[in-house]
Design a protein around this ligand. Structure first.
Ligand code: ZN
Length: 100
């Protein structure tokens, strides 16, 4: 299985649970594309430096198909950094055992 095979559906599912109508802040359309792999932003060290390679924040990139505006969503906030959390099947099994 490719490492990010279930990434897009997992991000879409996590966002649908949290955002009622994901509208682009620039053009007000709702034509988002989720980049098929995560992206990362370099994180400053406490010393003020950025090291390459160094710490990075894992993100999902949502791109507005109409105007190109790109939103970066924290995978940590979506709960997708836990083991197996990116696999929709594992999420569904977990939800079933929790009665959710
Ligand atoms: Zn837009």
């Amino acid at each position: 299985m490719a490492p990010f095979e279930n990434f897009v559906p997992a991000v879409a599912q996590a966002l649908q649970q949290r955002v009622a109508k994901p509208e682009c802040p620039l053009c007000k359309q709702s034509q988002w594309v989720i980049n098929d792999v995560p992206v990362s932003a370099p994180v400053f060290e406490k010393t003020g430096e950025i090291k390459f390679p160094g710490s990075a924040m894992p993100l999902a990139a949502l791109i507005c198909r109409n105007c190109g505006y790109t939103a970066l969503i924290s995978l940590g906030a979506l709960g997708m950094l836990k083991p197996n959390a990116a696999a929709p099947a594992a999420t569904a099994a977990s939800a079933a055992t929790n009665g959710e």
